[in-house]
Ligand binder design. Sequence first.
Ligand SMILES: [Zn+2]
Length: 437
Amino acid sequence: MPEDTRLDPSRRRLLRYAGSALVLSVTPLSSHAANRPAIIAVRIWPAEDYTRVTLEHDAPLKFNHFTVEGPDRLVVDIEGVEFNSVLESLAGKVADNDPYIKLLRAGRFKPGVVRLVMELKTRVAPQVFSLAPVGEYGHRLVLDVYPENPVDPLMALLEGRKEAVEPLKLDQELAAGKDAKAPAETPTAKRPGKAVVERMVTIMLDPGHGGEDPGAVGKRGTYEKNVTLAIARRLKARIDAEPNMRAVLTRDGDFFVPLQMRVQKARRIQADLFLSIHADAWIKPDARGSSVFVLSEKGASSTQARLLAQKENSADLIGGVNLAKTKDVFLARTLLDLSQTATINDSLKLGKYLLGEIGSINHLHKASVEQAGFAVLKAPDIPSALIETAFISNPEEELRLKDEAYQDQMAEALMRGIRQYFIKHPPGPKARMASIG
Ligand SMILES: [Zn+2]
């Protein structure tokens, strides 16, 4: 890799913003020896799901890892790497509240080998893998620290429901009465006199991107991953306030979730709907407006939709997925591709309601629901839509996306669309295909 790419100041700035407080060091290493790979940045993304440590380096490197018990440790030996200030600064850089990592340190183990030792708070199932350069990133060595016994999202959801029994009853009484719950700021909301649905429906909300993958970045430095999470949280609060509705987020923090994992999470909780929330970007700053996409089985409905699906699907490359681990899952997927037509028809109806409501709060980029091969919309049995809430590359819309009032309006519009969908298409009894795990 050429010298100037490695030290490109604009890229450094991006990385610094991307990791915010978590970027530990991006000090240019002017004195590093030629031909020896050097670690140029370290980022740590702690989350309940898993904690990721990313070591970015300027040339390919060799490594191996093993775990040690009593106390639990993960050890990674890196060959031929220069021991520098970035590695030196590892010690004490782990957040106190990191769910899995107690301590991380690096040292010269023997000539030509640097040893990383991660002290763990609990038994973990680590994945250590490398990523080739992509987009703004160079080579990356990734240490993913998963809990040995991950929290089952379905069990978490069921426990949440148990606690929510009393408030739910109250909601229904209110809804059956004089519509006392209708918020004053939403005069256009079409609230029915009784609950929209007879049984509990579960809606999976998917804030796009996260962690290593910032998504699109606005001129003012706004990150798509932050905007999508903010809107998803606002929408979740609205859904949870509805009688018989519950929302679950694919991520409730700043960490990366692979696209296939997002779909799996939705299937695991037997979600009735899946909404992926994004913000668009285009090279021309005047592109603007919201759009809604659903899956296409037969190819994209327009060039723009195809390009967008390609861009969104590249999230796994940027976010960093251990391909060796996900192979089997992708194989299982192709078997399920056969039965998607009915779901896509439902998704189109859902998309139409969403688009209609979004049209009341923002300019529409496209007046109809578009279709393309979005990987995140591929749950074969869950109506799914991807919402591009606005163009983060448009300076005016970037401001709106950051604005809490607009985030509320967007959440409210999506809520109205969801409500309408369920009024017109009441959910039947749950009948699901066998889980693909
Ligand atoms: Zn996106």
